[in-house]
Design a protein around this ligand. Structure first.
Ligand SMILES: [Zn+2]
Ligand SMILES: [Zn+2]
Length: 215
């Protein structure tokens, strides 16, 4: 079983088309910055190129704790799947918390797990992300004690998410495909605030709609 970890890779240009957290979103022409039910702009969290486009993740941080960014059906989060072509930097709202303080590059690192590390297949399926993330500390070529460098993972299965929390597509009401885990990141100054929780990104590739929730 393979897990594609996303690893913090230092500062990045704010308009980079490579995987990153923070910076300015790249979107098609005519894109309007998403707003939360609280009236403020959502904060741009992550630009994640995937097989058939770019996932663009936004969460409300104007009043953390009040705006329910942990709920897939809330207006306090939004995930877009943009086509890869003709993306351009979006004009940033002047009021509200629209941007993270820093732009961080992401590199991917594939971890292959030994099935003997889990009791049965279901365990390794559910826990693959946790095992891979914890294993990052033990990578011989990497620095030790750097678990917070793990910014999440791409693809695979959602780690320990109850079935009744799996989101339905807001357009076709079909089952959504798991796309990514997101972690808060390495430092308080650069971090995405997820309330200390693990973030989950889902996508309906047919409708090109995404969803976000936390555990
Ligand atoms: Zn809000
Ligand atoms: Zn759909």
């Amino acid at each position: 079983m393979k897990t594609t970890l996303m690893i913090y890779d230092g500062p990045a240009p704010a308009d980079s088309d490579a995987p990153r957290t923070g910076g300015v979103p790249l979107a098609p022409a005519g894109f309007d910055w998403p707003l939360c039910g609280c009236g403020g702009p959502l904060q741009f969290f992550a630009h994640l190129p995937v097989e058939d486009g770019v996932l663009s993740v936004f969460l409300c941080q104007n009043d953390p704790g009040a705006c329910e960014f942990w709920d897939a059906s809330s207006s306090a989060n939004r995930v877009f799947l943009f086509p890869r072509e003709e993306l351009r930097p979006v004009a940033v709202p002047e009021a509200g918390l629209a941007l993270l303080p820093a732009t961080s590059a992401i590199r991917t690192h594939v971890v292959t797990l030994d099935p003997e590390e889990a009791d049965d297949d279901e365990d390794i399926e559910l826990g693959a992300y946790d095992v891979a993330r914890q294993g990052w500390n033990r990578e011989p070529a990497e620095r030790f004690g750097k678990q917070r460098e793990v910014l999440g993972s791409l693809g695979g299965s959602p780690s320990y998410l109850e079935d009744d929390r799996l989101p339905a597509c807001p357009s076709c009401t079909g089952t959504m495909e798991f796309a990514a885990h997101l972690e808060e990141g390495i430092a308080r100054e650069t971090a995405m605030n997820l309330g200390g929780q693990l973030g989950y990104v889902f996508v309906c590739r047919t409708c090109r709609k995404g969803s976000f929730l936390t555990d």
